[in-house]
Write a protein that binds this ligand. Structure first.
Ligand SMILES: [Zn+2]
Length: 474
């Protein structure tokens, strides 16, 4: 996931931007010792990691947080605070999964947009405002872009989300609902990233935007600083916790929680840092089922996570996507919690760990990161035992539906087809689709001579219709 923040200062402007974020402890490169001002996670000079020394905040007894910003002892100082009441997520105990009874579950999907990313978005947008940015561009497939879109709306900052073609429709709609302009470019995240650079160059060429920089969430220290509040909250409310089980994509969440626990230890809230268990996706044909964990790994993150896990006496684990989906369905059915498959990785991991160690469930906590509402396609394919389920009427499915109506002889002209679709779309859009289908030679008008059109499928149209039937189940 990547974020590019763009300012509105015209090219060549001499106007200096006053940077108004002040660090408690500045980020310092752990290799070359360079001190940094911008929230970059990786050192520009040597590629080493920039770390922030553990911060000492108020005593545990003096803390009574009612918003995320009540942890600001541990944040840099911002001139503006953006909040949608993220953080301070509830904790429930497992009741109905026998082997895991008593395991504590931190419900991160109860954040404003349904994921822990909101904690990071609150800080990133506060920084964007502090730096007088008016535009933010995010490049991502996942919940990060939805978070950024929502917080940008709250901050009054224009957001643009550049996403790959294969992203779930429900995610795109969420970004749009928050007023984000969604641009679909490239068929995977790498290509989308390359395309997004062209997009920015176009903006520059038009002299519309300059003075932009490109800190990605996985490279931005504010991501870590926002997400570390999960660790702070656990240490504050449940200092007895000995094990924390965390889903692991890149590794930034696990590292963030570790950072929060470091601050909590420094502040005297806990004596030791709990064992941290990182649960990653085992690469199989089913990897797409847990898409938020199915990402390319930066080897620098891998080294760091290995170190942190080892230091805390935890363990790294790998689980298949298929097992995650199965467990997510069980958690919904038996515990009443609808979580995305990637979140269910921690439930499977807890079961495995319990057989191995065993875990003291009362002193163990698993992090449920994201809402199942963002993964309805995955669940639908599983429940219906289909390869793919298509929701709603995207232009592609609308055209397919028209082909189906004609192929099955239900209607052969615009008005009849419109009736057959249940009048879900406007009649004008049906005529537009018919025009496009005719231009693409998938249908032909058999009644040319002035009378009402009578459409039938061409040979090619029939071929495509049959092929689509194979992959789409309607
Ligand atoms: Zn360095």
């Amino acid at each position: 996931m990547y974020i590019i923040i763009v300012s509105n200062y015209p090219r060549g402007s001499k106007k200096k931007v006053k940077y108004s974020v002040r660090w408690k402890n500045p980020p310092v490169c752990s290799q070359c010792n360079t001190s940094h001002d911008l929230p970059e996670l990786w050192c520009e000079k040597c590629n080493g990691i920039n770390t922030i020394q553990a911060i000492q905040g108020r005593m545990r007894s003096k803390m009574n947080p009612s918003t995320l910003w009540d942890f600001s002892d541990f944040f840099p100082s911002f001139s503006h605070h953006i909040s949608l009441q993220e953080g301070l997520t509830p904790v429930v105990s497992v009741k109905s999964i026998p082997a895991l009874t008593g395991l504590k579950l931190k419900l991160e999907f109860r954040n404003p947009t349904g994921s822990f990313r909101d904690r990071a978005a609150a800080l990133i947008l506060s920084e964007a405002l502090a730096r007088k940015k008016t535009n933010i561009i995010s490049v991502s497939t996942g919940s990060f872009s939805i978070s950024i879109a929502a917080y940008a709306a709250s901050a009054g900052i224009k957001s643009t989300s550049i996403v790959p073609q294969n992203i779930e429709l429900s995610r795109i709609e969420q970004m749009k609902l928050y007023g984000s302009e969604v641009i679909i470019k490239g068929d995977n995240l790498e290509k989308t990233l390359a395309e997004s650079q062209n997009y920015i160059q176009e903006l520059q060429a038009k002299s519309l935007y300059s003075n932009f920089y490109t800190p990605t969430p996985e490279k931005n220290l504010l991501t870590i600083e926002g997400q570390k509040t999960i660790g702070l909250e656990i240490a504050l409310e449940y200092p007895e916790i000995e094990n924390i089980i965390i889903p692991r994509g890149s590794g930034s969440l696990l590292y963030s929680i570790y950072r929060g626990l470091q601050d909590a230890k420094k502040s005297g809230w806990i004596e030791t840092i709990p064992h941290l268990f990182g649960v990653a996706l085992k690469k199989t044909d089913d990897s797409h089922l847990a898409e938020s964990l199915d990402i390319q790994r930066d080897p620098r993150w891998s080294d760091m996570i290995k170190e942190v896990v080892k230091e805390t006496g935890g363990k790294e684990m790998n689980i298949t996507g298929e097992r995650m989906v199965k467990e997510a369905l069980a958690v919904a059915k038996y515990e009443g919690l609808l979580i995305e498959p990637a979140s269910a990785s921690v439930i499977v991991a807890s079961q495995i760990l319990h057989e191995e160690i065993p875990l003291n469930m009362e002193k163990s906590m698993a992090i449920l990161t994201g809402s199942g509402l963002n993964s309805m396609n995955v669940f639908a394919t599983q429940l219906r035992e289909k390869k793919k389920v298509v929701w709603g009427l995207s232009p592609a499915t609308a055209k397919f539906e028209i082909l189906r109506i004609i192929a099955e002889g239900k209607a052969h002209h615009g008005y009849g087809i419109w009736q057959s679709t249940g009048k879900k779309n406007t009649i004008q859009s049906i005529y537009q689709h018919l025009k496009n289908l005719e231009e693409d030679k998938l249908i032909r008008n058999d009644n040319q001579k002035g009378k009402r059109a009578f459409f039938s499928l061409t040979g090619r149209g029939m071929e495509i219709y049959v092929k689509m039937r194979e992959i789409i189940d309607l």
